[in-house]
Every structure is written in C-alpha cells, then in structure tokens.
Ligand binder design. Structure first.
Ligand SMILES: Nc1ncnc2c1ncn2[C@@H]1O[C@H](COP(=O)(O)OP(=O)(O)OP(=O)(O)O)[C@@H](O)[C@H]1O
Ligand SMILES: [Mg+2]
Length: 421
C-alpha cells in the first residue's frame, strides 16, 4: 500500500517532466521559427529602407533636374497658386523683369505686376482648357514702363486633374520691336534723304552766290559803317545755312568707312575732350564704366566719334544746370531672332555703348521720331545730329536706340558688331 502510494507521485512527476520537456522543445522550435521569420522581416525592412532612401535621392535628383531645366530655359516662367501667389520665378523671368526671385516668391502676382496673369484659373473646372494661345502683348512691373512680350499661360493640375494654379511662359520682344522700328525708320529716312539731297543741291549754288557777294560788299564798307553790321549778319546767316547744307549732304551721301581697330576708351575720351568746355560750364559729373581695359572695336574711328559726339552733345544740352552723364560699355550677345533680323550670321557678339544723362528725358511718344532729320525741339537746333549719328552707326551694321530711364533722364544705346575678345 505504501509502495503504491509512493510510486504514484513519482510517475506523475516523470509525466510532468516529459510534458515540460516536450513543451520546451516545441517552444524552442516555435522560437527558432519566429527568429527565422524575424530575420527575414528584418532583411525585408532593410531592403525597403534602402529602396526608400534611393527613391528619396532619385526624387530630389529629379526635382533638381527639373529645377535646372526651369532655370536654364531662355523664356521667362512664372507660376502662381490658386491664391494668385507666385510659386516659381525662373532666372530668365528675373532677367526680363529685373526683379529678384526672393522679392517676388509668395507675393500675389497682381501686387507685383500691373498686367493680368493671362489665365482665368479661379474657379476653373476640370474641363477648363489647358492653356491660352501664344499672344503678343505688354507686360508691366508696377511702377515701371510696360515692355512687349510674347506669352502663353496654362493651368497647372495635380495627378487627379484638379486645378492647382497656373503657369505663364513669356519671351521679351523689346529687342525685336526696336529692330522693327529701326527698319521702319530706315524706310522713312530713305524717302526723306532723297528729298533732302535735292533741296541741299538747290540751296548750295545760290548760297555760294550770297556768300561771295556779301564778302564783296563787306570790303566796300568802312569799319564804322553801320551797314557793315548788316553784312556781317548776312555772312553769319550764310555760314549757318552752309553748315546745315553740309550736314544734309553728309547725311544723304553714301558713306565711305575706313575700318581700323580702335580702342573704345580712346573713342570715349576723344569725344569727351571735344565737349570738355561745355561739360565744365554746365557743372556736369561724368562717370565712365568702360569695362575691361583695352577693348577694341573694328570701326571708322573718326565717323564713330562724330556719332558719339552728336549723342553726348544732346545729353550735355539736356542738362544746362548740371547733372550726371554716364558712359558705359559692355560686351553682349544678341538673341537669335535679333541676329536673323539684322542678317547677321556671325558669332552674335556685340559691343554696347550706353550714354545716360539725368536730364528731363524724351517725351515717350516722340521717341520714334527723334532720329528723323529735322526733328528738333531746340530753338537753334537743326535736327540733324541724331539722324547723322544713326546713319553712321547703321553703316557699321550697328544700331542705335533711345529710351527713358525709369529713374529719369534719357539713355542712348549704340550696339556694334564685335569680333574681338
Ligand atoms: N539726351 C536727350 N535728352 C532729351 N531729349 C533729347 C536728347 N537727345 C535728343 N533729344 C531730343 O531729340 C531731338 C533731336 O536731336 P538731334 O540731335 O537730332 O537734333 P538737335 O539736337 O535738336 O539739333 P542738332 O542738329 O543741332 O543736333 C532734340 O531736339 C531733343 O528734343
Ligand atoms: Mg543734337
């Protein structure tokens, strides 16, 4: 009985130990499986992490790539969101509008520009057309002059087609319009020139007679004779008429140029030298920004000096009570269209000489007329100075344009083909 009683617990214990051992083995197996699964999961996680970070790098590379495309296109690009706030403004937009990206990003388009965006996206439905056609119009930064552009605007949408804002792509047409104006001017000048040549010819002969007879008369009068004063007046009048006739003939005759390499600084110094008296008398401050030293241009130095003289003389005359005269020089590249229009297939490099004064400027709607012969607003002007300057510059296959500076005063820009370094 006793033996029986003792055997029972021992069996139970053995059974319990077996069960325990079995459970431990099962647990160990389950643990091993779990560890295997965990390892696999860990590897998967690492892989996903790697993929994710390479995706992030890829996305930031794509973003950078798209941004560099946006920055390097030669057309201006401006994007706005649905609140009309500017969200993108590329480099070309900065150059065309003279605004900095930092100062416009986040500001409403209508606060920065006088002109409309050109895309009606407010409340635009998903079915709204994607963009407006390319049109020529004006663009205007608030507080500045408008300038001609060719532009098109489109709505921007997210992946589901919902309108998120609009983007405008535009191209500056200022240079092209100026060239068109120059072509029109040349047509007008050709007709005027022919007429002027005939008139000059007709005046020249009788004028020679008047001058000759006046000097004969002068010899007949004593010094104190009051009539000799009248003769002097006739002689003065004939001389001034002679100057006009000579200028007219110089304007109408075909121009022969003697091309040489001329130092730009010498050209400017020589011109200012002729006018040093007037500049000093009016108390004008002259500043020269001639860029790299020793810049040389292939031209007829004497003729170009004459053109520069006429333009600088006007600037000096526009500031009788003092002011500032700035003469600048820089190298620049013309746009492809501008080159085509000028018939230049060369390297497209130009030398730009600018003459800026702080006078009253030119009346805006008179600007197209100032290069016409005989256009003058001066009591004693003949109106031939700019016509001659333009003719000389055009004979160099260059161009001259005029505009008012936003800060006041007139700016004349002479562009000449430039082959040097
Ligand atoms: N820097 C300037 N600022 C303001 N107006 C100017 C300037 N340059 C030219 N103009 C305007 O253009 C007109 C034409 O100039 P242009 O040199 O051809 O003739 P002019 O100076 O009147 O006479 P001239 O034959 O004696 O030169 C001027 O009368 C003037 O109204
Ligand atoms: Mg003049």
């Amino acid at each position: 009985m006793n033996v029986q009683l003792n055997k029972q617990p021992a069996d139970n214990l053995a059974q319990a130990l077996r069960t325990f051992n079995e459970s431990t083995i099962k647990l160990q197996q389950a643990y091993d499986v779990l560890q295997l699964k965990f390892g696999a999961l860990n590897r998967k996680l690492e892989e996903t992490n790697r993929e994710l970070s390479s995706k992030v790098i890829e996305i930031s590379e794509i973003k950078e790539y798209l941004n560099s495309i946006l920055q390097s296109v030669t057309n201006g690009v401006i994007a706005v969101n649905l609140n009309d706030e500017i969200t993108a403004f590329n480099k070309a937009a900065e150059q065309i509008t003279h605004l900095n990206r930092e100062e416009v990003i986040g500001r409403p388009f209508s606060e920065v520009f006088e002109t409309d965006f050109g895309a009606d996206f407010k409340g635009a439905s998903e079915a709204a057309p994607r963009g407006t056609p390319c049109i020529s119009c004006n663009m205007q930064v608030r507080g500045n002059y408008p300038f001609p552009v060719r532009e098109s605007a489109s709505l921007t949408r997210d992946g589901s087609g919902k309108v998120t804002g609009a983007v405008k792509v535009f191209e500056d047409l200022t240079e092209l319009r100026e060239l068109e104006e120059q072509a029109r001017r040349q047509d007008r000048l050709a007709a005027l020139g022919q007429m002027a040549a005939t008139v000059a010819h007709e005046i020249r002969n009788p004028l020679g007679g008047i001058e000759g007879f006046a000097s004969l008369l002068a010899r007949d009068f004593d010094e104190g004779d009051p009539r000799s004063k009248l003769v002097t007046k006739i002689q003065e009048g004939a001389r001034s008429l002679n100057r006009v006739v000579n200028e007219l003939l110089m304007f109408t005759r075909p121009m022969k140029l003697d091309f040489r390499k001329v130092d730009v600084a010498n050209l400017v110094e020589g011109t200012l030298g002729f006018l040093s008296e007037e500049i000093k008398k009016s108390g004008i401050d002259v500043s020269k920004k001639l860029g790299s030293a020793g810049l040389k241009v292939l031209c007829d130095g004497e003729q170009l000096k004459r053109a520069l003289f006429n333009i600088v003389l006007n600037a000096v005359q526009a500031m009788p009570h003092g002011g500032s005269l700035t003469i600048g020089c820089r190298k620049k590249s013309l746009s492809r269209e501008a080159r085509q229009m000028l018939g230049h297939t060369r390297n497209g490099r130009w030398l730009e000489l600018s003459i800026k004064d702080s006078g009253p400027g030119i009346e805006e709607n008179e600007i197209p007329r100032i290069f016409n012969p005989f256009y003058t607003t001066k009591e004693k002007g003949t109106g031939l100075g700019l016509a001659i300057a333009a003719k000389i510059i055009e004979a160099h296959r260059g161009q001259v344009t005029a505009h008012n500076s936003p800060r006041g005063g007139a700016v004349f820009v002479i562009s000449l083909p430039f082959e040097g370094q």
